[in-house]
Design a protein around this ligand. Structure first.
Ligand SMILES: [Zn+2]
Length: 131
């Protein structure tokens, strides 16, 4: 595997969801995009770069979109607390955030998790040929 080739891939792509490679002999590996794997059992070499980059990038975008939501919620909560502290009502701010956090974990989170899993379950299957 050449390291130079790895550098061509955007960092975001290299850190994307793992790709399951199922070898024809039944072996399985979880690889990052751009990795190659030589099957120990039968010697076939699989190169994840045979997957169209654009399709993989789309999958990665879906993953990032879903990861962003909790970050945004945390940031908004923080801003609320700071705003309330600034206007001298820290307790009110904390109560609102506690309330928001509770509703999120009770209602938002399970729903969100399910959506996320559904999205990732739709992960396309690519048929690639061994090298
Ligand atoms: Zn194999």
């Amino acid at each position: 595997m050449s390291n130079e080739a790895d550098l061509e891939l955007p960092r975001s792509i290299r850190r994307g969801p793992k790709i399951t490679i199922a070898c024809e002999c039944g072996e399985k590996r979880y690889l990052s995009y751009g990795e190659r794997w030589a099957c120990e059992k039968c010697g076939r070499t699989w190169n994840t770069r045979r997957i169209p980059l654009e399709e993989y990038a789309e999958l990665r975008r879906t993953q990032l979109r879903y990861r962003r939501v909790p970050v945004v919620i945390a940031a908004v909560s923080l801003v609320c607390v700071v705003a309330f502290i600034v206007i001298g009502k820290a307790l009110g701010g904390l109560l609102i955030v506690a309330f928001a956090a509770t509703s999120w974990s009770m209602f938002g989170h399970p729903f969100y998790k399910r959506r996320y899993r559904e999205q990732l379950a739709k992960v396309p299957t690519w048929k690639i040929e061994p090298e």
